[in-house]
Design a protein around this ligand. Structure first.
Ligand code: AMP
Length: 273
């Protein structure tokens, strides 16, 4: 496996790559969620590139950019064991100059939910992925449904900018108790981990109620809020596949989303019906 730290090296690697190229962009601190994306990429491509880059432009002032978990050595071992061809681990200065154009993520989808609480977050995501896609020119890019809004926005970006790239949505990986894997779970102590289970439980409960015929989002929301107590809920939302907020459930076309704080840690999760 080649460890690549500069754009120049990555361009050279790409120029010599034969066959289909799969790309898995991550912020590192790899866990089983990332690993499932990487394995899928490995199965479906001739060449697989994984990036681990904590992208500063997608963090807002006061967020956890500085303390975001990092584990380069372990990440490299994981990718080596998964038979990955190259890892891209650049410094920030390799990716950004002092004077950058602004790429705006599609509206209104980028301004609701995550985008409302984290204004500019998706612009930062689109910015870095644009750069990465330009260097790597991947055929397939693997992204988790865990970040459903991000997935929608990136699919939209690829379509709008006429990029010849297939975005592959990947299933959410959970602990056996239901907790969706996230690098930010590392911030949780034991008590908070127990409290965090309320998030997936609330989603499962809502999907069970929908299976029994409930279509009122206000009834579902109240039920979810009572399960989520005492967490600080940022939002509970029901959207269709176009990320439009629903007032009434469309049983086979709804994504239920939750963002909530467990202590100081903000977690997101969702379920696709
Ligand atoms: P991150 O390192 O958090 O930026 O995530 C990198 C990629 O892994 C994104 O496409 C995420 O949606 C995906 N991902 C993160 N957690 C999970 C999970 N629990 N299951 C599936 N995909 C995930």
């Amino acid at each position: 496996m080649q460890i690549i730290r500069t754009v120049e090296e990555l361009r050279a690697f790409r120029a010599n790559a034969c066959g289909n190229v799969g790309f898995v962009p991550t912020m590192g601190a790899l866990h089983a969620g990332h690993i499932s994306l990487i394995k899928q990429a490995r199965n479906e491509n001739d060449i697989v590139i994984v990036s681990t880059f904590v992208n500063p432009t997608q963090f807002l002032p006061g967020e956890d950019y500085e303390k975001y978990p990092k584990n380069e050595e372990a990440d490299i071992k994981i990718c080596e064991n998964l038979d990955i061809n190259a890892m891209f681990i650049p410094e920030v200065s390799e990716i950004y100059t002092d004077n950058e154009p602004t790429i705006i993520a599609v509206r209104p989808a980028s301004e609701i939910l995550e985008g409302k609480t984290r204004p500019g977050h998706f612009d930062g995501v689109c910015m870095v992925l644009n750069k990465f896609f330009n260097i790597i020119r991947p055929n397939n890019v693997y992204m988790g449904k865990k970040d459903a809004q991000q997935l929608f926005i990136v699919q939209n970006m690829v379509k709008s900018f006429l990029m010849d790239i297939n975005i592959v949505p990947c299933e959410i990986v959970r602990e056996s108790d239901g907790l969706a894997l996230s690098s930010r779970n590392a911030y949780l102590d034991e008590e908070e981990k127990m409290l965090a289970l309320k998030i997936s439980r609330s989603l499962l409960n809502a999907s069970n109620l929908i299976a029994k015929g409930e279509i009122s989002t206000s009834i579902l929301k109240d039920k979810m809020l009572s399960i989520l107590e005492p967490l600080e809920v940022d939002y509970i939302a029901f959207v269709n596949r176009n990320f439009e907020i629903l007032d009434q459930i469309e049983p086979k076309n709804t994504i239920i989303l939750v963002a909530a704080k467990v202590g100081k840690t903000r977690l997101i999760d969702n379920i696709w019906l």
